[in-house]
Design a protein around this ligand. Sequence first.
Ligand SMILES: *Cc1c(COP(=O)(O)O)cnc(C)c1O
Length: 229
Amino acid sequence: MTMIVNNLQQVQARIVTACTAAGREAASVRLLAVSKTFPPEALREAYAAGQRAFGENYVQEGLAKIHMLADLRGEIEWHCIGPLQSNKTRPVAEHFDWVHSIDRLKIAERLSEQRPDGLAPLQVCLQVNVDGGANKSGVPAGEAPALARAVAKLPRLKLRGLMAIPEPAPDFEAQRALFMRAAAVYEQVRGEGIALDVLSLGMSADLEAAIAAGSTMVRIGTAIFGGRS
Ligand SMILES: *Cc1c(COP(=O)(O)O)cnc(C)c1O
């Protein structure tokens, strides 16, 4: 068994254990393999082991991999999870399936306008800043419901949920408390009648705390592919 296949199994086992501890079904959490900085061969290994959803941070790098893995197009789901500038939205709208990092209406409007008619709507999450300034990316939590209402109306996007990347916290309970802030915004938006079903929380170091807080999609890089230089 290759290292990547072995790592994938270990991450899946961590997800099952965390779900059991939280009294949740293991099937309620999806695994997004974050492949930034790793070559297409690494993604092929993960694909051969059954992994289908891959996350990339940098638009150019992601596009290059989508191109190099074109033979698997239709099988792989490509997620853009990094910060997006408005001059980079077109290739994202044309080539990715998901965007997790929408933090302002202008980006969402451009993605909707640029999403080709022949493709399914772009699946999107709003990135919420739950640290209040410590981490600059993301819409402030208080502004997230208004942004969600506006994004939900865009014709070529399908608003699926929220994503957050809280600062690392010293222990499990502190980390869970930060993730719970994102979960609270998620419930608030759902309470307004906007049908979200994705809470994108948790990375290699903190997926257990994220699952305890209600994450439905963990974004895992290092624990699958190894350290990045
Ligand atoms: C790199 C990255 C991840 C994965 O982080 P690991 O700690 O390597 O698991 C998840 N989400 C985002 C937005 C990232 O940039």
